[in-house]
Design a protein around this ligand. Structure first.
Ligand code: GLC
Length: 755
């Protein structure tokens, strides 16, 4: 196209779309008309190019690939056959690739730059499951804002987050990425994260596209084994799996990512039911559906498609708009169109969605909007971000046990031993999915103690892993034989007043591809814990993990247990703040902790069954060799103070049920409590869980102070979805429970009688 023509076309796009380039999502028809004009100018190949996403590969600022695997990709960029990339980051790289496409391809349509800024970028925030334990929506939004700010400053304009998969199985390594087992909490957190990533309007160069993933059902992989078969019914889909996605879509999320699994026997990437029927038709989702990495080509391994041509037509017809790294669309979709297997209208609908996001971000106006090297320098690892990370980490920690008043730690005049390889580990606290962070850049617990001028003796006890794996793909060699450090650890424990032990999982023992069959303390850590306890019972266990663990022995013996999760860059400072009582722990479990991994899946919002227990005889639902109860229930978490609930009142006001309760801080220090509201629909035409979270409020109270907490529950929240996704609201009796966990006993009842 001659330069003059390009200028005319560009002006058309800019002027016709300009007034709406800064519009809120969804954009208005003026931009749609601009897209019409662009579509009219595009060849079929160029349209399919917008549906093609490549992973970053060669050093874009280096010499262009002359041969080999990268050459064809390089050429595709110049031919306008790529619409977005992932893992190309850094202002220099992003600008270079954007210039190549904008200046050398025929229409100069700018690229989207995607990246997994899941819980931070250079500054790493606590893993998302930890953040969920804070039940603190403003804090979670602030955390996502930090991720977006640093990613955007680095050239990224699309994050593949939040992951909103509900899961009830801690063996699944990706529970670390989500918000736990409950759809109500998961939905609230999904919206907070989307708001944090996308902000209020996309004119800001700090706001980026968010992605609700993985659509849908990925967290129900059988056996908790990643990528395994998912076989759930429509009731679980509509009542448990979809609510966080629906909330994210209603919260304006710009994109949704397919999941790897099948649903009803069809791979999600080709699921017309999930993508076209539910997401695009019923929910009116106007953004982009991007496949997961290779989820298209994996249809062949699923036994669903015979070849990439079929993958291309099945996925495109199902409404999956962008193909990440399957090479199906770029190599086969135009042929499928020519053969009549995919209509041009289908292509145009997908391309429109991609172009819509690019208009929304203002990339046609300024393709280099996210390429400011000064911003990159100023915002990367900004000190304010470290403060947000430290605050988020403190709010995420859950106090599981605190007997003998070992906590808060009184370090003055006390001889303290610190034991555990993870106490010195600067890498594990970053957790998984921290690709942009500098390896081993976290503040370790020892560094946190040093900064707080706590004197201590340290012993690793036993190494957790052989070598020092810091990279994403490296398998971990867990140490199960080398006990050489045990004797010294025991010796310093014997003479200490208090022993702080930091034990748990390595940061890369959870996350994608990291399912575990056993939920014990990995390696020789349990032996160290028991050996130390045998010589000194005053043990404070700091548990660091990406998932719930079956720490039953510790729960029965160790007097104080603080669940720190994987707290991110500021780990050591945040744990020290909590141990010293500078912050009173307020976290509550977003996922049930099992007594043993053989209880899985175990979750609070289960059905009653026809033989609930416990009963004296054997004929009820239980194990003969293990309790049927969890170790720690959903919503559980202690404080350095104490709270009491009283005066539960309920009133019906039109379509709202108003629930009030009195909360008092009966302890001696300021503390925050997450008051939780659960319902139980006693009898319904489809059985309902024995409890369902329908409200929560986090309040701070000074010692001796009381407050009235009010929940205003839309009566629709008493309803549930049937197998067709229709909301049913049936008259009948409901029990309401309010308290500090899903085991709350303070209750009242309400007879809902439909008008
Ligand atoms: C991975 C993950 C997905 C991620 C994508 C791009 O396989 O499943 O969550 O966003 O690939 O990195």
């Amino acid at each position: 196209m001659f330069l003059f023509q390009r200028i005319v076309l560009f002006l058309f796009l800019y002027l016709s779309g300009a007034q709406y380039l800064f519009a809120q999502w969804p954009l208005s028809d003026s931009t749609e008309r601009a897209i019409d004009r662009l579509l009219a100018a595009m060849t079929l190949e160029e349209k399919i190019g917008q549906m093609n996403q490549y992973n970053g590969f060669w050093d874009v600022t280096g010499p262009a690939p002359k041969a080999g695997a990268d050459k064809f990709k390089y050429d595709h960029f110049k031919q306008g056959l790529v619409g977005s990339v992932l893992n190309v980051r850094g202002v220099t790289q992003v600008r270079a690739l954007q210039e190549l496409v904008v200046k050398q391809s025929r229409l100069g349509i700018p690229l989207l730059f995607g990246f997994d800024a899941v819980h931070g970028y250079n500054t790493v925030l606590p893993i998302p499951l930890a953040e969920a334990a804070s039940w603190d929506l403003p804090a979670i939004e602030r955390s996502a804002r930090v991720s977006a700010t640093e990613a955007a400053a680095s050239g990224i304009n699309w994050t593949f987050a939040p992951m909103v998969d509900i899961s009830r199985d801690a063996r699944w390594g990706r529970v670390m990425e989500g918000a736990g087992e409950d759809p109500f909490l998961g939905a609230k957190i999904a919206v907070a994260r989307v708001k944090g990533f996308q902000g209020n309007d996309f004119s800001s160069p700090f706001n980026i596209l968010a992605t609700a993933k993985h659509f849908a059902g990925y967290g129900f992989a059988e056996g908790g084994r990643d990528y395994n078969t998912v076989d759930v019914n429509a009731l679980t889909l509509h009542n448990t799996i979809l609510p966080p996605f629906y909330a994210a879509v209603n919260g304006g999320v710009a994109s949704v990512m397919n999941s790897f699994n099948i649903f009803n026997g069809v791979p999600a990437t080709a699921s017309h039911f999930l993508v076209q029927d539910i997401l695009k038709r019923n929910w009116k989702f106007k953004g982009v559906v991007v496949s997961d990495w290779g989820s298209g080509i994996e249809m062949i391994d699923h036994g669903f498609a015979e070849n990439l041509s079929q993958v291309a037509s099945l996925a495109a017809n199902a409404g999956s708009d962008v193909d990440m790294e399957s090479y199906a669309y770029v190599n086969h979709l135009s042929e499928e169109v020519r053969k009549g297997n995919v209509s041009i209208a289908t292509i145009d609908q997908s391309v429109r969605r991609v172009l819509r996001l690019k208009f929304m971000l203002g990339l046609f106006k300024d393709p280099y909007k996210y390429c400011d090297s000064t911003r990159e320098r100023v915002y990367s690892m900004h000190p304010e971000h470290s403060q947000v990370a430290r605050d988020m980490a403190k709010r995420s920690m859950v106090l599981l046990k605190n007997e003998k008043q070992l906590l808060p730690l009184v370090e003055k005049g006390k001889k303290i031993a610190v034991i555990g390889a993870l106490a010195a580990d600067k890498n594990s606290p970053l957790g998984n999915w921290r690709l942009a962070a500098k390896d081993s850049s976290a503040v370790s617990l020892l560094e946190g103690f040093d900064a707080a001028s706590i004197s201590y003796q340290y012993a690793p006890g036993v190494k957790l892993v052989a070598g020092d794996p810091v990279h994403f793909v490296q398998e971990l060699a867990i140490n199960t034989t080398d006990t050489s450090g045990m004797a010294y650890a025991i010796s310093i424990a014997r003479t200490a007043d208090i022993v702080v032990m930091m034990l748990g999982e390595h940061g890369l023992q959870s996350g994608e591809g990291r399912s575990r069959a056993q939920l014990n303390l990995p390696g020789l850590q349990q032996q160290v814990l028991e050996a130390v306890y045998a010589v000194n019972p005053n043990v404070v266990l700091v548990l660091t993990t990406g998932r719930p663990l079956a720490i039953t022995w510790a729960a029965e013996h160790i007097p104080a247990i603080l669940l720190a999760w994987q707290p991110g860059s500021q780990s050591g400072h945040a744990i020290t703040d909590v141990l010293l009582g500078k912050y009173n722990p307020s976290g509550k479990l977003p996922m049930t902790f099992p007594r043993s991994d053989s209880q899985l899946p175990i979750y609070y919002n289960h059905f009653s069954t026809g033989r609930p227990g416990p009963k004296k005889e054997v004929f009820w639902s239980h194990y003969i060799d293990e309790s049927h109860a969890p170790l720690y229930e959903f919503g559980f978490g202690k404080s350095y103070t104490h709270f009491s609930y009283s005066d539960l009142q309920l009133a019906s006001r039109g379509d709202t049920v108003v629930v009030q309760v009195n909360l008092t801080n009966t302890g001696s220090v300021v503390g925050e409590e997450v008051a939780q509201l659960y319902i139980h629909d006693r009898f319904s035409s489809i059985v309902r869980p024995i409890r369902e979270l329908k409200g929560f409020k986090k309040v701070q109270l000074a010692p001796g102070v009381s407050t009235t907490i009010t929940f205003e529950l839309p009566v629709s929240l008493l309803g549930y979805y049937n197998e067709t996704g229709t909301l049913l609201l049936e008259p009948g009796w409901f029990d309401f429970y309010v308290g500090g966990s899903s085991a709350a006993t303070l209750s009242t009842s309400f007879l809902y009688s439909k008008k």
